[in-house]
Design a protein around this ligand. Structure first.
Ligand code: GLU
Ligand code: ZN
Length: 489
């Protein structure tokens, strides 16, 4: 049997890590099993529908770099893939259940249901519909209809017995039918389906073989299995994925940090790092391997390596992955990825000139080993784009040294700039070493004030490379300014 799986987001908010995990596992499962992965938009809740959420789905997955085989944007044999375009199908299926006696119209007014709720609250029980319309006689039904009362369609949950369901990860689950919501609405009075009806009808009509979704949907599994039974259909296999938690054991939310895909993108995470990390939220290959490309995962993913325990989202670990992927990135690509962050500072134009592009290319080696996220770059390379005013003397003077000695160091380094460009890396290193020896200071104490003079900061990219990118002219000028600052007193 060919595997068919789906990701079925409701466009009510932004794509977040949990959704990405669900989509990714479905995608990988389809790929590993030579099956198909479908995107279906569950947009029947018109009050919560948001157009931006729709756009965010496409943007997020474009960025992450994996795609569905069938979906609203590319269509396919089981379309349409947007539920609001399938309303007639749900109505027809609801009617079928009414005809076969598995569902019934309920004419109860909103007021009546409110009263019922208030009454149940007074008695301290949970709310549930009292099934008043379940056994209306046909003539009574006709009469109510004649009065022009609008009806919802409710499902007849069996009054006794148990429903046995099975989950690939959690095993067999028995639910007493009395525990199931008494007669949930399938079709609202405006003709729109509820989640339960649309979800079940679509999974069946779209030929879905496995439902992999977040564990928060586990409670609806018994009802869905009953619905499949009422239609005379075979239910798909279920696999409810472990929750994704923050470090405090609570469901991951914005309290813990970024959760939306766009946020990770803006902070400068690489998509391959996010994918690699998300793949490990509830899945592992073995006890040691951590690095996986999307292609690796497509081959290696399997349900029997899923973890039952909730997954904890560890931002530090993601940072670590991201750093590793930045080190591995092709420098030219890294330059392109960094460009928007430099443009954001106004340091290079929206359409970079050839010189600007060269400059970006040149600064990549300065930061590639140092970045955790791309947005760290401006702080590291700002000195290449902005004037650095002479820093305060105290900032330049190494411990154990004084103003004069520091000025002496800078004068000596200034003289080394004469032919910095014409001698090689090694020769320069030796010259700096010799200078330190001559002056009787440690190499570190020689480099520190130079670093501060050039970059305005004690932490910076490697000094020689920085000088090369900054240029000897500007380097001399900044040394000059710094010397002057030290000489003032
Ligand atoms: N529309 C539901 C959601 O937003 C789909 C749940 C399911 O996969 O069955 O997650
Ligand atoms: Zn009723």
């Amino acid at each position: 049997m060919k595997v068919r799986v789906r990701y079925a987001p409701s466009p009510t908010g932004f794509q977040h890590i949990g959704g990405v995990r669900t989509a990714l596992f479905n995608y990988l499962f389809a790929r590993a099993r030579g099956g198909e992965f479908i995107l279906r938009i569950e947009d029947t809740d018109r009050e919560r529908y948001r157009q931006e959420a729709m756009e965010d789905i496409y943007k997020s997955f474009d960025w992450l770099g994996f795609h569905w085989d069938e979906g609203p944007d590319i269509d396919g044999p089981a379309g349409p893939y947007v539920q609001s375009e399938r309303i007639a199908l749900y109505q027809e299926h609801a009617r079928r259940l009414v005809e076969s006696g598995s569902a019934y119209p309920c004419y109860c007014s909103r007021e009546r249901l409110e009263e019922l709720k208030a009454e149940q609250r007074r008695l301290g029980g949970a709310f549930g519909y009292d099934r008043r319309c379940r056994e209306l006689s046909p003539s009574r039904r006709r009469k109510l209809e004649k009065q022009g009362l609008s009806a919802v369609i409710r499902f007849k949950v069996p009054l006794e017995g148990t429903t046995v369901t099975s989950d690939e990860l959690l095993g067999s689950i028995e639910t007493a039918n009395t525990e199931i919501n008494p007669d949930p609405v399938l079709l609202k009075s405006d003709g729109f389906p509820t989640y339960h009806l649309a979800n079940v009808v679509d999974d069946h009509l779209m030929g879905i073989t496995h439902i992999m979704r977040a564990q928060e949907w586990l409670p609806s599994m018994p009802l869905h299995v009953l619905l499949y039974g009422a239609f005379g259909w075979q239910p798909p296999r279920y696999c409810h994925l472990p929750m994704v938690m923050g470090s405090d054991g609570q469901k991951l939310s914005k309290r813990h940090g970024a959760t939306r895909v766009v946020e990770f993108k803006e902070k400068g995470y690489l998509p391959e790092a996010v994918l690699n990390y998300v793949a490990l939220l509830g899945w592992s290959f073995d006890d040691s391997r951590e690095f996986f490309t999307l292609k690796d995962l497509q081959e290696l993913f399997s349900l029997d390596r899923l973890n039952k325990a909730p997954a904890v989202f560890d931002y530090k670990k993601l940072d670590w992955f991201n750093g590793m992927y930045i080190r591995k990135a092709d420098p030219q690509r890294l330059g392109q990825l960094l460009t928007p962050y430099l443009q954001g500072q106004g340091w290079i134009g929206q359409k970079p000139s050839p010189e600007e592009r060269k400059k970006v290319e040149a600064l990549v080696p300065l930061v590639q080993e140092r970045l955790t996220v791309l947005s760290d770059a401006p702080a590291l390379v700002g000195f290449l784009f902005q004037d650095v005013p002479a820093p305060p003397a105290e900032q330049m003077i190494p411990k154990r040294l004084d103003r004069q000695r520091t000025a002496e160091i800078l004068r000596r380094v200034r003289s080394l700039m004469e032919d910095f460009d014409s001698v090689g890396e090694e020769e320069n290193e030796q010259r700096f070493r010799r200078a330190a020896e001559d002056l009787g200071v440690k190499l570190g104490d020689l480099l520190m004030p130079v670093r501060v003079a050039l970059t305005g900061s004690r932490v910076s990219p490697p000094l020689f490379e920085s000088i090369r990118v900054l240029g000897v002219g500007k380097t001399r000028q900044r040394l000059e300014n710094a010397i002057r600052r030290l000489e003032e007193s």
